[in-house]
Ligand binder design. Structure first.
Ligand code: ZN
Length: 98
């Protein structure tokens, strides 16, 4: 997964605009892990695209898709799944103890 600064760098190279608010909306420190995953899920793109366009403009909507593209290219999904598996193992372990 690219860092916010990396995403900002590519937005500036592409558009001349940092689109910081958009990248913070996707990866900001205040988001829960669930919110972050949900905003990156390909199955949610249709749901979020109108909202993103309204919040961040037409160019921002394009940068939203490119942000997802960059994250998936860098193995975002793989790492997310591995984290979920760790969580699942932890839950299983917890149940066995109880
Ligand atoms: Zn991201």
């Amino acid at each position: 997964m690219g860092t916010i600064e990396e995403h900002i760098g590519s937005s500036i190279r592409r558009t001349g605009n940092s689109h910081r608010a958009l990248h913070e909306w996707l990866d900001g420190k205040d988001l829960s892990y669930g919110e972050m995953l949900s905003r990156h899920a390909p199955s949610n793109v249709q749901k979020f695209l109108p909202l993103v366009r309204k919040k961040f403009g037409k160019e921002g909507a394009g940068e939203y898709l490119r942000h997802l593209h960059e994250d998936y290219e860098h193995g975002f999904l793989l790492r997310a799944v591995m984290k979920m598996e760790k969580l699942w193992l932890w839950c299983l372990h917890d149940k066995i103890i109880i």
